[in-house]
Design a protein around this ligand. Structure first.
Ligand code: ADP
Ligand code: G6P
Length: 471
């Protein structure tokens, strides 16, 4: 097979399958996320993306997307159950998000995690030309750097964790903690969203593996592994261009009209996940309705919550609870034709998301813990009119970059209600000043800056980065 000088390895490929008008299955580039981040770089260098196409059974043969080769890794039903739904999303995901749900430990899941990581490492080894650069993404694949180095010591290997990395008190619970740390330490550079996460990792390397470590470097035998914070971002230019499109602006006006032209539209857009603080937000809103601080005719809430990881029990329970609560709030406070909460579980295309962002006076992003939260950044990017207010949890990575947001502790119900009222009552001058500062920050720290800074650090010869800088 053809080999590449740059290989991205992520649990998911940047494609979605969809059904064409003639009923055939089609693969399309999925919007947003890593693919937009890496697009400029990948176009100018022979690159391969190794990942899972979703589903079970044999790996589909996929055409190149924008010149990037798609190398799909097959997962059997047991792999999906025990690796993706099990160890990745019922053990690591809750543990890494402050254990807001109880992590579940099963030995069978660990075996699947090892097996699937091995398969990804072999696929990456096959796709990489001699001395290529391989960039491994996220918590599903923490063993890949170590496994890949064992097969291909010639490669430069990067690892980036998109989710938080927990403090030692939590990480120490993991039955296979030493193996996971060693897996990550197979990389030349381990990147995190926040400096605190790099600090936690360094502490654990010393505590669990007795390795000499600072918050920048860890010595592993003869090798030095560099670690650091590289806060991920979004494609600001793409979102701004969408938000400026006349059809998107008209759609935003139309959305407000369909909502009854209220004084205030409050929007939330989340994957249906217990880390997102959806229940806390609904409770705060319901109490404000009960005390009359907000009135259904003046204020409308739109909650978009796309179902996610639907076969994992905690996600099923959450969905039932959210839907019961939305039903209760609408039953109690809504009127005929005027629900208190508009609740939508559909995936939207980027233009519709941009229109929703432009229609919203307040974007409520209140996760209990979040590595970054791209929705908060997308909202700021979409506000080309410098309008709108961002209500943002202190526990989202984005809070470190947006001190001008209305910052909240989502566990503090009274604080959440007060800050929401503060945002609802803020003057246009106050809001514009805040939004301009956040937009200025985002313009400099966009997705290209993120990719460039990570790859500059990883690629010490600088060839790939020079190409990225010139695109
Ligand atoms: P997480 O990575 O935990 O899902 P983020 O906020 O970082 O949370 O990223 C979510 C991404 O999914 C954003 O790019 C957002 O635009 C997208 N998204 C969320 N809800 C929808 C939806 N209903 N339709 C399409 N894309 C969505
Ligand atoms: C988070 C993770 C990603 C993951 C995404 C969607 O952003 O960091 O790795 O792809 O959620 O979750 P899913 O389980 O659908 O891939």
């Amino acid at each position: 097979m053809r080999q590449s000088s740059l290989v991205v390895v992520a649990n998911r490929l940047p494609v979605d399958d969809s059904v064409a008008p003639d009923g055939a299955c089609e693969w399309r580039r999925s919007p947003g996320g890593l693919v937009s981040a890496l697009h400029p770089l990948l176009q100018h260098t022979p690159a391969t993306w190794v990942g899972w196409a979703g589903g079970t059974g044999p790996a589909p043969m996929l055409a190149d997307i924008d010149g990037v080769r798609m190398h799909s890794v097959p997962l059997a039903r047991d792999d999906v159950r025990d690796h993706y739904e099990g160890f990745a999303n019922a053990t690591l995901w809750p543990l890494y998000h402050d254990s807001v749900e109880q992590p579940v430990y099963h030995r069978r899941w660990w075996e699947a995690y090892q097996r699937v990581n091995q398969r990804f490492a072999e696929a990456a080894a096959e796709a990489a030309e001699p001395e290529a650069l391989v960039w491994v993404q996220d918590y599903h694949l923490q063993l890949v750097p170590g496994l890949l180095r064992a097969i291909r010591p010639d490669l430069r290997i990067g690892f980036f964790l998109h989710v938080p990395f927990p403090p030692p008190e939590l990480f120490m619970q993991l039955p296979r903690r030493a193996e996971l740390l060693l897996g990550m330490l197979g990389a030349d550079l381990v990147g995190f969203q926040r400096a605190q996460a790099a600090h936690n990792f360094a502490q654990l390397a010393t505590k669990v593996l007795q390795l000499p470590a600072t918050d920048r470097r860890i010595a592993v035998g003869e090798r030095v592994v560099r670690i650091g914070a590289f806060p991920v971002s979004i494609d600001m230019t793409e979102m701004e261009a969408l938000a400026r499109r006349p059809d998107v602006t008209q759609r935003a006006t139309r959305i407000r009209r369909d909502l009854g032209d209220p004084q205030h539209v409050i929007l939330s857009v989340d994957r249906m996940d217990y880390t997102k603080g959806i229940e806390q937000r609904l409770k705060a809103y319901s109490e404000l309705l009960a005390t009359g601080h907000v009135k259904v005719r003046d204020t409308v809430m739109v909650q978009v919550a796309v179902p996610s990881r639907e076969r994992v029990e905690q996600y099923q329970i959450l969905r039932e609870r959210v839907e019961r609560e939305v039903g209760r709030i609408n039953g109690e406070f809504g009127r005929v034709g005027e629900p208190a909460i508009h609740y939508l579980t559909q995936p939207f295309d980027r233009a519709e998301l941009a229109a929703l962002y432009r229609a919203a006076d307040i974007m409520a992003v209140t996760p209990l813990r979040d590595g970054m939260n791209l929705v908060a950044k997308e909202y700021v990017a979409a506000r080309v009119d410098d309008g709108g207010a961002l209500l943002l949890s202190e526990f989202a990575g984005a809070a470190a970059e947006f001190p001008q947001a209305f910052l909240v502790n989502p566990h503090d119900l009274e604080g959440l209600k007060l800050t929401l009222m503060h945002a609802l009552q803020a003057t246009p001058v106050d809001l514009t000043g805040r939004m301009q500062s956040m937009r200025q920050h985002l313009r400099v720290h966009d997705i290209r800056a993120w990719a460039r800074s990570y790859l500059t650090s990883l690629d010490q010869t600088g060839n790939l980065v020079t190409q990225l800088a010139t695109t």
